[in-house]
Each structure stands twice: as structure tokens, then as C-alpha cells.
Design a protein around this ligand. Structure first.
Ligand code: NAP
Length: 382
């Protein structure tokens, strides 16, 4: 079993190499072992390219016969962009398959393993399952729930302040923390902000790391996540900096404004109308309060195969996403200085007035990034 752990750990490390490139596919690694020796290994590099099992089988050649395959995700049994990997393992004569976890897609879960068993291959499942799931939180959540995995990144002073009362906010955290955010961006399928931040900061929301910095082959194009602006009334100016940068921008609005929409589309943006629930049904709201319906937007982002959303917004949108139950993880960078209680907070949470209504969080990781702290937290399931 100990040797099995080591081989699966190797497969997980290989899968990790696809962190920046496999989107919208999962990160998957595979190791083929015969007589205690690795005879082939591979990882999935990009959608449309060969799956990890195929790369490992090609490397092993004839030595795959009688081997054990350690894979971080159940081999596929259906024709997607490439033919089924279960069939490839069967025809290569593999004797045993150890999968860390089954495919999260409820329509295929278990079928790949079933096919292998039917062909007389010994199948085991669950080795280092938690680590394998951590590689693909977005892919797994999207397959299971029809929603993407959502991280909110915020930079704050030690007293939890994200901008001065005037809106001034550059820079709260160190260069090291901002470089760390670049890696969060590089792994995200989309980076989402609100109209408030867009109008205040005119941000770029792009990945500025080179291929080498991400461990990719030198000169390889770095994937730019989709940029999403949540802008109910299409107040984004067509001259916004991010519209002039490589990569696509989607602007989600609540009501169509044909003239503004045409100007933004001419500037390269896609516009999506995400109708808010009918305000006439809610007597507490007047029409001017109509915002983008975040649940509808997130469902649409998942439908477009976006796995991991990184929210980099101000307290209004970050709070709204949290209250809508759409946030899975908070990444909080805390800088060792105080901005005072007149400065703005982290999350706007209207209606929260009693201790019993606090938002409970669990700390998953605490780390020092240069002079700052990075906290990874998850909302406690209620
Ligand atoms: P924000 O949260 O980025 O955007 C808020 C706006 O989003 C709302 O005013 C609303 O305007 C729009 N929106 C659309 N649909 C919504 C929905 N369903 N729920 C809530 N809002 C929705 O802006 P902000 O709160 O004004 O904060 C801006 C400040 O935050 C800036 O000073 C910026 O520098 C700072 N900031 C700090 C950090 C940090 O990590 N420290 C990160 C980002 C920004 P419409 O409905 O009219 O579109």
C-alpha cells in the first residue's frame, strides 16, 4: 500500500502540471508501474489534447502489458474530444487500475471503472481521494451542481479595511502578495469584478506572469481567464483599460440598454443580460435597485464550462455573492498596518444585525507571503 501511495502521489504531482492549461477540463495525472518500476507517466495538458492515460501508455509501449495504472481521476468511458481512455487501458493489457476518485459527472460516474472490471481488470478506487479532489474543485462542483467553484480574493489592512473612505486603495498589500494573486488569476477560469471597482480603479484583471514563471515551456502563450464585469446598468465606459487587453470580457447587466450595449460590443465586449427577479414582485425594491441576478449569472458561467471563478471586487459585490451562497472560498491577504474605522470594510452584509447572524468561517490555511499574511477560509456549511 505504501508503494501505491507513492505512485499516486507522483500521479498527483503530474496532474498539478496542468494547473494553468487544462481548463475547462480537469487536471489529471497517470503513472504506469510494472514490477515496482515506473514504465510510463503523463498528464493532461490541454482540452482537445491526449488524456493523461494515453500519454503514459504511449511512453510505456509494450511494457504497459500487465502493469498497474495509478490515475488521479476515473478513466473516461465516453467519446468526448478524444476516444475513451478505459478502452485504451484495456487494449494495452493493463492488469490493474487504481483511481483516486470517480468521475464527478453523475451521468458517467463509475462507468469507466465498470468497463474496466468487465474486461477483467482489477479496480481500486479512493487512494488519496481528498488530494485528487483538491486539484479540481471547479470541475467537480460544476459537474455535481451546475455552478462554478468561487473564490473571493480580498486585500485588507490588519483591521480588515479594503479602501479609504475616499475609495483610495492602492496598494494595501505588498508586491509579494500581489505576485501571489497573479498565480490565483492564472489558475482561474474567469476573474469577476463589480461596476464599483471597474469605475473606481479601471483595473486590468489580466495575468502578467510569463510562461517560464508558471513552469510552462518558454514562449508558450499564457491563458488569459475570461474577465466578467457585473454591471447592472452598463456603466462600463467603452474606453475601459481591460477592453483593450488580450483575452475576452463579458459584461453582465440587468436590463438591456441597446445604445450602450452596441458601444461596448464595438469595443470588443460580450454583453449578457441576466434578468433580476421581477422587482414588481418585491415591494421593498424600486426599479432603480435592480441588480444582476448573481445566481443566474453563475449558472450561465458554468453552462459555458467555466470551472473556477475568482472574484476581485469591492465589499458590495463580494458581500452580495457571499449572501447568495455562491462563495466557496475566501483568500484574504492581510497587511500589517491599520487604516482606521472610517475606511471601508471587507463585505457589505445588509441585514446582519445580530451576533447569531454572523457568517461562520473555517480556516483552511495560514501562510506568510512576504510581509503579509494569507488566510484561506471556507464558509462553514450550515
Ligand atoms: P464592487 O463591489 O466592485 O461593485 C459594486 C457594484 O456592483 C454595485 O454598486 C452594483 O452596481 C454592481 N452589482 C451588480 N449586480 C450586483 C448584485 N447582484 N449585487 C451587488 N452589486 C451588484 O464595488 P464597491 O463595493 O463600490 O467597491 C469599490 C472599492 O473597492 C474601490 O475603492 C476598490 O478600489 C475597492 N476594491 C478593493 C479590493 C481589495 O481587495 N482591497 C478589491 C477590489 C476593489 P450596479 O448594480 O449599478 O452595476
Amino acid at each position: 500500500m505504501a508503494a501505491g501511495h507513492a505512485f499516486m502521489a507522483r500521479a498527483l504531482r503530474l496532474a498539478e502540471r496542468g494547473r494553468w492549461t487544462t481548463d475547462p477540463n480537469p487536471r489529471v495525472g497517470c503513472v504506469l508501474v510494472r514490477d515496482g518500476e515506473i514504465v510510463g507517466e503523463g498528464w493532461h495538458q490541454r482540452a482537445g489534447g491526449p488524456h493523461a492515460e494515453r500519454v503514459a501508455l504511449a511512453q510505456a509501449g509494450e511494457r504497459a502489458r500487465g502493469a498497474s495504472a495509478f490515475v488521479t481521476l476515473e478513466p473516461c468511458s465516453h467519446h468526448g474530444r478524444t476516444p475513451p481512455c478505459a478502452d485504451a487501458l484495456i487494449s494495452a493489457g493493463v492488469a490493474r487500475v487504481v483511481a483516486a476518485m470517480i468521475d464527478p459527472n453523475p451521468r458517467v460516474a463509475g462507468r469507466g471503472l465498470e468497463r474496466l472490471r468487465e474486461a477483467g481488470i482489477a479496480v481500486e478506487v479512493g487512494l488519496l481521494a481528498e488530494q485528487a479532489a483538491a486539484l479540481n474543485p471547479g470541475f467537480i462542483k460544476r459537474q455535481r451542481t451546475g455552478l462554478p467553484f468561487c473564490r473571493v480574493k480580498l486585500a485588507a489592512s490588519l483591521d480588515g479595511r479594503t479602501a479609504m473612505a475616499s475609495g483610495e486603495s492602492r496598494w494595501i498589500t505588498s508586491e509579494a502578495a500581489r505576485a501571489d494573486v497573479q498565480r490565483l488569476r492564472a489558475g482561474a477560469s474567469a476573474i469577476l469584478t463589480g461596476s464599483g471597482t471597474l469605475l473606481a480603479d479601471d483595473p486590468s484583471l489580466n495575468v502578467r506572469l510569463t510562461a517560464e514563471a508558471l513552469g510552462l515551456p518558454p514562449g508558450e502563450a499564457v491563458r488569459q481567464p475570461l474577465r466578467v464585469i457585473v454591471d447592472s446598468r452598463l456603466r462600463t465606459p467603452p474606453t475601459a483599460r481591460l477592453l483593450g487587453l488580450p483575452g475576452a470580457t463579458l459584461i453582465a447587466c440587468a436590463t438591456d440598454e441597446p445604445a450602450r450595449r452596441a458601444a461596448l460590443e464595438a469595443a470588443g465586449a460580450q454583453v449578457l443580460v441576466c434578468p433580476a427577479p421581477d422587482p414588481s414582485q418585491d415591494p421593498t425594491k424600486d426599479r432603480t435597485e435592480t441588480h444582476v441576478d448573481l445566481s443566474t449569472l453563475f449558472g450561465e458561467l458554468a453552462r459555458r464550462e467555466l470551472n473556477e471563478i475568482l472574484i476581485e471586487a469591492g465589499p458590495t459585490l463580494a458581500g452580495a455573492a457571499l449572501q447568495a451562497g455562491l462563495v466557496d472560498e475566501l483568500i484574504l491577504y492581510l497587511a500589517p498596518h491599520l487604516m482606521g474605522d472610517a475606511a471601508r470594510g471587507l463585505f457589505r452584509l445588509p441585514g446582519l444585525t445580530q451576533m447569531a447572524e454572523r457568517v461562520p468561517l473555517e480556516i483552511h490555511d495560514v501562510r506568510r507571503i512576504g510581509p503579509d499574511l494569507r488566510l484561506t477560509l471556507r464558509p462553514t456549511p450550515r
